[in-house]
Write a protein that binds this ligand. Structure first.
Ligand SMILES: [Ca+2]
Length: 245
């Protein structure tokens, strides 16, 4: 049972990476004439993900899907039914396909971090200033001036302070790709004081997602113990928290 659960969790995380916009997606799922999401096509649009999200939000629904490139599906119980016919590999560019639908969460806000936030990095080397990790550019080539760089110290840190408290679902870190990729191994992520997890290095992997489980925080801190710390981009996902933090 524990093994089965692990497989399911693994599959979901893979789908989150591959399903459309990566941040708000629940993956690509099969549909048929007896619709997985009841209610039929709600609208057709050339900008279907945004328009369908807005429509679903107006209705008070939590989940919607885009199918066949322009079609919007949503329903009050979409979150319970969207996966009833199993996974599909037929989705293209986040807009689904024939009998294949990209499913999204309505409330997902995308990347919380913005380039005007306050960042901190005690040690800077090779002009790798901390602002580079939130400049909106995920390029993994150091020559593009969009990756941070520290010297080699114990407990190398980078942090960002958000304007409000968020329940952090996950933090995404884009690694450098032109050199020295392995330095990202065992980099640890914290949401406020809560330890979220650490990165296990894989060759040529551009980004890593670390699950923070909804920890409420105003600050995200990334720590590399005795190695150079380079972050080509940091993104965070979650919901604005109404808690008193
Ligand atoms: Ca960057």
């Amino acid at each position: 049972m524990r093994y089965l659960l692990a497989v399911v969790v693994l599959n979901i995380s893979v789908l989150l990476v591959n399903g459309g916009d990566g941040d708000c997606s629940l993956g690509c799922w099969t549909d048929n004439a007896d619709r997985a999401i009841a209610g039929g096509i709600r609208l057709n649009s050339n900008n279907p993900v945004e328009d369908c999200r807005n429509y679903a939000r107006e209705q008070g629904f939590s989940v919607f899907a885009v199918q066949y490139f322009t079609q919007c599906f949503t329903a009050a119980d979409a979150a319970e039914t969207y996966n009833k016919y199993g996974e599909s590999s037929g989705c293209v560019n986040g807009r689904g396909g024939g009998w294949a639908q990209n499913v999204y969460q309505v409330a997902c806000q995308g990347n919380i971090l913005t380039s005007d936030m306050e960042v901190n990095q005690p040690d800077v080397g090779w002009n790798g200033v901390p602002e580079r990790a939130i400049d909106g550019n995920t390029d993994g080539s150091y020559s593009q001036n969009s990756c941070t760089h520290s010297g080699r110290h114990y407990q190398n840190k980078w942090s960002v302070k958000m304007d409000d408290a968020y329940a952090i679902s996950k933090v995404r870190i884009y690694n450098r790709l032109d050199c020295c990729q392995e330095r990202i191994n065992e980099v640890k992520v914290f949401a406020g004081p809560v330890y979220c997890g650490e990165i296990a290095y894989e060759a040529n992997k551009h980004f890593y997602d670390v699950d923070c489980g909804g920890a409420v925080a105003k600050r995200i801190t990334i720590v590399n113990s005795y190695n150079w710390l380079t972050l080509c981009e940091v993104q965070a996902f979650g919901e604005l928290s109404s808690g008193l933090w």
